[in-house]
Design a protein around this ligand. Sequence first.
Ligand code: SF4
Length: 244
Amino acid sequence: MRQQHLKLDSKKINNIISTFEKHYAEKSINRKSSDILDTLIATKLSQNTTDKTSSIAFGNLKREFKNWDELIGAPIGKIKNLIKVCGLAYSKSKDLKAMVKQIKNEKGKVNLDYLKKLSDEEVYKELTKFKGIGVKTASCVLVFSLGREVFPVDTHIHRVLNRLGIVKTKSAEETFESAKRLIPGNKKYFLHRAIIMFGRNICRANNPFCGSCFLYKNCSYENKNKGSIKSTNTENNFLILDGI
Ligand code: SF4
């Protein structure tokens, strides 16, 4: 019975993945590698805020500091002012400064390139030892700057996978654990990016555009509404981690 369920699940997932591939093929989704510490800092700034504001904060830091070493000597107030647009500026400033200092103390230089040689599990262990860095942020670093096949789960992905009936979970953390097993390894990066775009443009948290949804037939969401049609000016494909 369990075997049969797994077969059905994987059929449904494969179906959904090929539908995403048809619709997002042209936008996809070339993997760019970026500096590991840049990605970690950008992702840290993006916690609990929008991509737009965290991108502004990241740009402010990059313009002000020639390299990340300079964060160590910078007053918290200065860092806080530079990133205030993205919220939680005081705690983010403290965490960033402490993190850079810790890297310098432990490794002798402010650089995370040594992570390239480590396994996924070892990278998780290294990154989550920093205050304010959890599994989600570490997953973004793994996928966006180390090119690993992991599947970070944010609020869009948690919502969409539940509505589609791929998972039945109460939190993004639970979704992350289930998705790890369900999504085929070589599709994780593509699907992560595709679902974020889909969650922003079609399957929005409030008033999803079910009438314009190419996954309508696959969707198990009890409140789906075929009458809700997408207008032409709602496209927003900005992803912060594209910009670093
Ligand atoms: S039908 Fe509606 S709720 Fe279901 S996936 Fe599409 S947009 Fe989301």
